[in-house]
Ligand binder design. Structure first.
Ligand code: ATP
Ligand code: MG
Length: 248
């Protein structure tokens, strides 16, 4: 049997006026590139926040890298990297300094830090702009800096919440290549996206959620076959009677 990287057991998260996650069960295997798909408000970010130990679920439990995310958040900190949905950079630091800052938070030895920072700048096509203040970056570049900040300590498990939102097609493809490379290194990646072609292009399996519930789980190919659909947008439409993205 394959090893599990993430185990979500029956989690529910209730806010005052909303149930964001509603009885979610999910296992992501080690080395898997898993996509969590769903419309606005489906509960994707809330689930990631719970997995990272940033939020406590109302009920249920989660294990990340074999550790209980609620009872042992310190243990999972080094194992995970998180690129949040909301872009967050220190605007007065350069792009490179932003990445180095995160490396220092992980107390990385200087040599490894320099190697990893250079490697990420190169792979994410940020080298030319590395010495500019991050506050002056375009939105797509800030997203890429955020990815580098999330992954500079070379974590085993990456949570990427809409990693390519707002990127031009060329940058998006560069990030896809980058994410594929993580998979080749046997890293586990859980990503969210509203771009169905991204999910089809990248993901080994996708979980479709709506109103905090998992409504379908399979490989993109199998889902398309099962629903006799051209793409995952159509799968979602058939499952729920609504579109995953308003503008589609
Ligand atoms: N801190 C909070 N307080 C109250 N309600 C919240 C909070 N965070 C999220 N919610 C609600 O929980 C639900 C799920 O939100 P969540 O951000 O997890 O959705 P999402 O799938 O990530 O959506 P999007 O695609 O827009 O990013 C929404 O109804 C949202 O309004
Ligand atoms: Mg979200």
């Amino acid at each position: 049997m394959k090893e599990a990287a993430i185990i979500i057991e029956n989690i529910t998260k209730k806010f005052e006026d909303a149930t964001a996650v509603d009885g979610l069960n999910l296992v992501v295997e080690k080395g898997e590139l898993f996509g969590l798909l769903g419309p606005n408000g489906a509960g994707k970010t809330t689930t990631i926040n719970i997995l990272c130990g940033l939020l406590k679920p109302t009920t249920g439990s989660v294990k990340v890298g074999g550790y209980d995310a609620l009872k042992e958040p310190g243990k999972i900190k080094e194992l995970i990297g998180v690129s949040p949905q909301e872009t967050a950079v220190y605007p007065h630091l350069t792009g490179k300094e932003n990445i180095e800052l995160f490396a220092n938070l992980h107390a990385m030895p200087k040599e490894k830090r320099n190697r990893n920072v250079d490697d990420l700048l190169q792979k994410l096509s940020l080298r030319d702009q590395a010495k500019r203040r991050a506050g002056k970056y375009s939105g797509g570049m800030m997203r890429r800096i955020n990815l580098a900040m999330a992954l500079v300590h070379d974590p085993e498990i990456a949570f990427l919440d809409e990693p390519t939102v707002g990127m031009d097609p060329q940058s998006r493809r560069a990030v896809w290549d980058f994410i594929r490379e993580l998979r080749k290194q046997n890293k586990t990646v859980l990503l969210t996206t509203h771009y169905m072609e991204e999910a089809e292009e990248l993901c080994d399996r996708v979980g479709i959620i709506d109103n905090g519930k998992l409504i379908s789980l399979d490989t993109p190919q199998q889902l398309k076959r099962q629903f006799k659909a051209k793409n995952l947008e159509e799968v979602f439409l058939q499952l729920t009677g609504k579109r995953i993205r308003e503008e589609v």
